[in-house]
Write a protein that binds this ligand. Structure first.
Ligand SMILES: C[S@@+](CC[C@H](N)C(=O)[O-])C[C@H]1O[C@@H](n2cnc3c(N)ncnc32)[C@H](O)[C@@H]1O
Length: 325
């Protein structure tokens, strides 16, 4: 089970015999010694394990550049910039004159990806930050913030509807392999639980993302935030997806079932994003939703016909803090 085995075995004993899936995903992606984003990832796109909309087509970059240009705000913060290709295309799309008026910031958790970004952005005026609060402090709370395919990279809690009601998915190492078990748990704040599902349904909640929003929201005073990711609103998100949406990617192959547990830290793990939750959690923080649509509608006429179908599986939500100008 790769280098992660002894760590996960010790963690399981410490936690009383099993590891909640969310914690497993956090370690598999971000553990400093073996996590995928901390140690394994080389890039995003053709030279990495998976591609994103941003690495396949420039229309998203052009649309974000138009959004930035329309607003009278100097500081733009991108969170989770991957290969840096989106940032690079956005800055190119802005053109020389507009670029002079923009201060571009990147918040990137992955050291290997920060290096890839710095190489690509040589000669561009970009500032890297370790965390969003430190970026927001530098811009005195006023910035446009955006991310593409960031939320899906946050660890998610997984629940299954059993005879006893919703139970949380845990993993347990036994006989050198990882097996899944269900345990009772208090339910998180999510739009999911007010809907009826058939027994056996699995769902995911990106609760760690909502905790992350709560952590930095007090530092954000003005601007707007654009969040793009794959997923849907409720109840469409789980339509005909009884097994949920957790999956892995390695070498551009999609991994499901037991395959996602074979080599923790050696593949990406992800799950579709519930945009009804993003809207709800924003409201709780006192934010307003300005627009919310599928990505093809957000991009509009600039979208290459080849990506029309793919981008309708993505959504874009634009929120701003109530105190915004
Ligand atoms: C799936 S990749 C998307 C990359 C890029 N936005 C794109 O569209 O190609 C997720 C990105 O988010 C970064 N990331 C994940 N959690 C983060 C966090 N808490 N703060 C900053 N970056 C984070 C990852 O290192 C990676 O760059």
């Amino acid at each position: 089970m790769s280098a992660a085995g002894p760590f996960l075995f010790a963690l399981q004993s410490e936690l009383g015999g099993s590891i909640p899936f969310e914690r497993f995903m956090e370690e598999a992606l971000y553990n400093p010694a073996f996590g995928y984003y901390s140690t394994q990832i080389r890039s995003v796109g053709r030279h990495g394990d998976f591609s994103t909309m941003a690495t396949l087509d420039h229309s998203l970059a052009r649309r974000i550049a138009t959004w930035i240009q329309k607003e009278n705000i100097r500081d733009v913060i991108e969170i989770g910039a991957g290969s840096g290709q989106l940032a690079h295309s956005i800055l190119n799309s802005l053109g020389w004159w507009k670029r002079q008026g923009i201060r571009y910031h990147i918040v990137e958790i992955s050291q290997p990806l920060q290096e890839v970004q710095k190489k690509l952005m040589q000669g561009r005026r970009v500032t890297w930050h370790e965390s969003l609060p430190s970026a927001l402090e530098q811009v005195r709370g006023t910035a446009h913030i955006f991310s593409n395919e960031l939320v899906d990279a946050f660890p998610c809690r997984v629940f299954e509807l059993a005879d006893e009601g919703w139970q949380e998915l845990h993993v347990r190492i036994a006989g050198g392999r990882i097996e899944e078990i269900l345990k009772p748990a208090a339910l998180p704040d999510s739009t999911i639980f007010k809907y009826d599902f058939a027994k056996g349904q699995r769902i995911e909640v990106h609760e760690s993302y909502s905790r992350w929003l709560e952590m930095w929201a007090p530092y954000w005073k003005a601007g707007a935030m654009l969040t793009i990711d794959y997923g849907d609103t409720m109840p469409a998100l789980h339509h005909r997806r009884r097994l949920g949406s957790v999956r892995g990617y390695a070498g551009h192959q999609r991994l499901t079932g037991q395959d996602i547990y074979q080599a923790p830290g050696r593949c990406d793990l992800t799950a579709d994003v519930n945009f009804s939750d993003l809207e709800k959690w924003g409201l709780t923080l006192g934010w307003r939703t300005l627009t919310h649509s599928t990505l093809d509608k957000f991009i509009g006429t600039g979208l290459d016909a080849r990506f029309q179908a793919a981008s309708s599986a993505f959504r874009a939500i634009l929120q701003y803090p109530n105190k915004a100008s």
